[in-house]
Design a protein around this ligand. Structure first.
Ligand code: DQA
Length: 146
């Protein structure tokens, strides 16, 4: 099973940015966590982070015919990007949305998730564990569909 795991803008600043919200662990720590979990679940993971919307769109498109699913934390683009929503719809792969924080309990402008409209599962407010849960969900979901 091959998964694309995408992280959007400013997630490379984990460990530096707003630690009271996102914690003290770094993006390197997150990568380590995801790759270790992938090993346990026997999932082949491609990890990608970008601060640029078009790069994320390109990466989602590149998953078409190549990956079995997409796990995405679009970060701030969650709340603005119809392009990422459309890309997820275009490739039509199983998709799971992850947020470190619970966006439903934050500012009004974070209440809408465009990308989330193309996702079948949502994990928020669980920190790094949200990615682990998304990978477990994906494995289960894809195996059931086979
Ligand atoms: C985030 C939540 C977003 O609202 C914010 O813009 C982020 C991170 C999260 O993981 O909690 O950059 O996606």
């Amino acid at each position: 099973m091959k998964l694309l795991i995408l992280n959007g803008p400013n997630l490379n600043m984990l460990g530096v940015r707003e630690k009271h919200l996102y914690g003290a662990q770094t993006y390197e720590d997150l990568k380590r966590y995801i790759l270790e979990k992938a090993g346990e679940l026997n999932i082949d993971v491609e990890l990608y982070q970008s601060n640029h919307e078009g790069d994320l769109v390109d990466k989602i498109q590149s998953a078409y015919g190549e990956k079995d699913g997409v796990v995405i934390n679009p970060a701030a683009y969650t709340h603005t990007s119809v392009a990422i929503l459309d890309a997820l719809k275009a490739v039509n792969l199983p998709a799971a949305e992850v947020h470190l924080t619970d966006i439903t309990k934050r500012e009004a402008f974070r209440q809408i998730s465009y990308a989330g409209m193309a996702c079948q599962a949502h994990f928020m407010g669980l920190g790094f564990e949200g990615y682990g849960k998304a990978m477990e969900w994906m494995k289960d979901h894809i195996e059931k569909a086979e």
